[in-house]
Design a protein around this ligand. Sequence first.
Ligand SMILES: *Cc1c(COP(=O)(O)O)cnc(C)c1O
Length: 415
Amino acid sequence: MQMKPESLMMSHGYKPELSQGAVKCPIFLTSTFVFHSAEEGKDFFELAYGHRQTRPNEELGLIYSRINNPNLEILEDRLTLWDEADGSAVFESGMSAISTVLLEFLKPGSLLIYSAPIYGGTHHFIHHVLTKYGISSIEFGIHDTKEQIQEKIIASGKSKDLALIYLETPANPTNDLFSIKEAVTLASYFSKENNEKVFVAVDNTYLGPIWQKPLSLGADITVYSATKYLGGHSDLIAGAVMGTQEVIRRVKTLRTFLGNMISPHTAWMLLRSLETLQIRMERQQSNAITVGNFLWKHPKVEKVYFLGIDESLSSRTQEIYKEQCLGPGAMISFDIKGTEATAFTFLNALKLFKLAVSLGSTESLAEHPATMTHVDIPTSDKIHMNITEKLIRLSIGVEDPQDLIKDLTQAFEKI
Ligand SMILES: *Cc1c(COP(=O)(O)O)cnc(C)c1O
């Protein structure tokens, strides 16, 4: 019987009979696991280190919590359902998921191309860590067409070394969209040219697995900061990678040796969060549509960046939206009429919205990208990306939508 992920989040991958009948999966705070026999220990290690293939009906047994742990494995099994992935690997942060993918799919001499603006931590890793290992990168923006991106790659003289195309879509904080299908076409073009597979990875944190499924559009790898919607309560830091068995085998092997796997406690908290993922995200999105429309009509608002208002989107963005998004999400940015001081007065006046970075949680948050999350981007690039002093970013939570509007209204009155 085929069931939806939200129906399976309370049970999938967990066997109560292995835990005294407990209806909920306990937290397995143990570093190591007792083997039934020396032969079993030998079998498990052969599999874990890839020294032989699995036999029919054989599963990797529990060895040591850096390699596997019931909380980590059950969480991975449940996460695969949302993305319709073959496998998943969970990490102690979004950044550890991202850096492990970049290290695994690139090598000295490789070329990486990525969409901009990109998450600040990812940008830092590309420019200050990967460069130490002789890995170079090219950036492209929403104004670049597929042909222009292709020309940039060829002009670099390193097209033979192209190994990974990395997208973050929608882009934070302005909700610009990049086409996943075009990235896949580009990757297959260069895979043929180079006789070596070019991988496509998508950071899907901003829409989460409910509203965008990059793997179903042909991407090879999806990465998440599970700190955001997947965790959803601003009480943990975690990350995840989704992909084919082969992609996940490679990612997990490197994870074993970097030792950046999720802890049993954080995995358990995420199991709890996933039970309400669908209803949280639906409520957050419907709240965002209400708030977005309120801002769109507000006289003190100059411009709204939200996928839920068709008239506000360029025809290109509308086209990509139809192709790859299942909903507008719950992230809204807008330009307030005025200056940085106006924006700060507004932010300081908010009561229900908390003034904090991060996103995707049950409580609504507000921040000023130009001086906070995106402060590291050079000013000229910021302006090109619409990240100006007037821009305010909202992450919409699960509160009563009219209360959110009341809070915004009273803050607008202060300016
Ligand atoms: C927060 C975030 C990250 C980093 O995740 P951490 O869990 O903070 O390490 C990466 N990408 C995006 C889009 C994010 O919002």
